[in-house]
Design a binder for this molecule. Sequence first.
Ligand code: FAD
Ligand code: UDP
Length: 368
Amino acid sequence: MIIGAGFAGCVLAERLAAGLDKRVLLVDKRPHIGGNAYDYHDEHGILIHKYGPHIFHTNSREVFNYLSRFTEWFPYQHRVRAWVDGRLVPIPINLDTINTLYGTSFNAFQLGEFYKSVAEPRAELKTSEDVILNQVGRELYEKFFRNYTRKQWGLDPSELDAAVTARVPTRTNRDDRYFTDAYQAMPLKGYTRMFERLLDHPNIKILLNTDYHEIEGSILYDEVICTGPIDEFFDYRFGKLPYRSLQFQWETLNTEQVQPVAVINYPNDNLYTRVTEFKHLTGQTHAKTTRVYEYPQAEGDPYYPIPRPENAALYKRYQELGAVTPGVHFVGRLGTYKYYNMDQVVAQALTTFSKIAGVRRADCVASS
Ligand code: FAD
Ligand code: UDP
């Protein structure tokens, strides 16, 4: 039995069925497969991501090749602008960001010198505040990072692990892509179509609209793979792991395009963090356009594990309990309480499969 039909659950279902000829029951409490990467056509016919924008990028050839068995791709390089001091400027901060904001005409070398002159060097980069101050100093930290982070997480960057803001680099060149990974593309017909193909195997049965608690005890199974929250699996016996949630507000406009790029971040204005216009991501042609506004909140679906030391310590207790509980494996963003991107979850699921199958990691996608 696999709990959760997101990336983690679908990859493991496919591998166990096609690679090991196991019979798999895939259970999800939502009415659809795909987990947080689920997409569908809205009432206007525009392809949207129900749980916020999902951009696929990876440096792993293995992950890309594996998923390529189930989808073709639409090449897409992600670009984001931030609304700062009344202008739209590139984020990650780059040469054009600084020259636009400050009216300078630095070259890359001069910008490197400028960063050095404003940076507040830190001996150790422990928190998300340390990372940014160490790179670009306080003024740019306050313009781009402090308030966005407070909105997104309900915490000051000084209260979050360094890894959170370290996801966003600082550049001295004009590269305005959000990611620089070797593989950047979107599933040509959408994520849901790709998941349908992953699960298209006679050994895989899918049970939607079902919390696994409802069927526990009435279904016989050898092993469980849990990709839902690990604290919930153990009935919160050590207490609740905190997650950050989002509320989405949708808008469809009678115009082909409203934004210059897919995502606009609002670090200092509004209650929402960012606005996404989906047609940029999908390449869809349509007379109308749909956008989503993200409002972070404490309550709701568990979207983001919150990376900070006390949460890691609490997770470790659940992880240790999981390790001594026979017949259960924890995988995925919620199962292992990790702020993972989709490709990292796929890689983690393949590693879990290689352990279950007793094959080398390099061989785990070989049999189909
Ligand atoms: P999930 O997709 O969360 O799947 C877990 C499933 O378990 C869910 O479907 C849930 O319904 C089910 N479940 C939970 N409890 C139970 C239960 N009791 N019974 C039955 N089923 C249960 N990653 C990127 O690489 N690029 C991006 O641009 C990107 N953008 C993101 C934007 C947002 C707003 C969010 C929230 C995440 C984003 N991610 C992105 C991360 C990406 O969503 C995850 O890495 C990936 O979807 C995790 O897959 P998963 O299978 O681990 O978890
Ligand atoms: N961040 C920020 N300002 C930005 C973009 C990102 O402060 O304009 C910080 C914020 O804390 C955010 C983190 O960097 O949560 C990671 O950003 P990313 O875009 O990777 O977030 P995700 O897409 O996972 O929500």
